[in-house]
Design a protein around this ligand. Structure first.
Ligand SMILES: Nc1ncnc2c1ncn2[C@@H]1O[C@H](COP(=O)(O)OP(=O)(O)O)[C@@H](O)[C@H]1O
Ligand SMILES: [Mg+2]
Length: 250
């Protein structure tokens, strides 16, 4: 579904991603882990062209784009194939939950109003927000706001959904409801790239884990194997900061 080749990204003179190669199969969940500052957000932002890498190529659903040189039309087409869920939700504060989910369907996809409404209601119900459709973000908990953001991302029916630490801003008791919503999204066969420190989620729902450190992929592997038998000392050291069973309940 997605393949990235030889991606290099610098900010000014400081390089933050080095020769990144990544393949994401359709319907898989690739989880990117790594310390703060390793380039995880930058990598996600390069995938949907919020940042422009200096070199490399990205192919999404059979369409390749050359990072050094692409047209506006190519960028637009690539962006439409991705949705992003941010740590800080990024909802429109003056719009209700329903209007937040409808927005992209109406403006970007030019969907008829009644269709957009039905689809938005459907996706909000799926994340357990049937009774909050008319609430404004300020009237919702962080977990509820993030579930609106997830409904909004999924409703656009993208080829891939990018999640950048979706639970990091949440109080611990709200983390599980968001992970549950993500679990549902994964179970429905969506292709996902997830940056998270929720390692139990990564182990149980990840297809592939990638460990990023200082802009380089240090180790990657199938989820169960990655956690059971990390190959590199540095990977073991990173995983050791987390509790041994990564326990969680969803
Ligand atoms: N807009 C920017 N301008 C300059 N440097 C940046 C910018 N965004 C991120 N960086 C730097 O790039 C590196 C990687 O950042 P980031 O991708 O946010 O890492 P992570 O998400 O893994 O914490 C960091 O050193 C950060 O300071
Ligand atoms: Mg980040």
């Amino acid at each position: 579904m997605i393949s990235i080749r030889s991606l290099n990204k610098s900010y000014g003179t400081s390089q933050v991603l080095y020769d990144i190669n990544l393949d994401v199969a359709a319907g898989s969940v690739v989880v990117i882990i790594g310390p703060s500052g390793s380039g995880k957000s930058t990598l996600l932002r390069c995938i949907n062209l919020l940042e422009q890498p200096q070199s490399g190529t990205i192919t999404v659903d059979g369409e390749a784009l050359l990072y050094q040189q692409y047209t506006k039309k190519e960028a637009y087409r690539l962006r439409r194939k991705t949705s992003m869920v941010f740590q800080g939700y990024n909802l429109f504060l003056h719009k209700t939950a329903l209007a937040n989910v409808e927005e992209g369907l109406l403006v970007v996809q030019k969907m008829p109003r009644h269709e957009a409404r039905e689809l938005a209601q459907f996706h909000l119900s799926k994340v357990g927000l049937s009774d909050k459709m008319n609430a404004y973000p300020a009237e919702l908990s962080g977990g509820q706001q993030q579930r609106v953001a997830i409904a909004r991302a999924v409703a656009m029916n993208p080829k891939v959904i990018l999640f950048d630490e979706p639970t990091s801003a949440l109080d611990p008791e709200l983390v599980q409801e968001v992970l549950s919503a993500m679990k549902k999204v994964a179970a429905e066969g969506n292709t996902m790239i997830v940056v998270t420190h929720e390692l139990a989620f990564a182990r149980d729902l990840g297809t592939k884990i990638v460990f990023l450190e200082q802009g380089r992929f240090l180790e990657e592997g199938p989820a169960q194997e990655f956690f059971a038998h990390p190959q590199k000392e540095r990977t073991r050291q990173f995983l050791q900061q987390f509790s041994t069973d990564y326990s969680y309940h969803i």
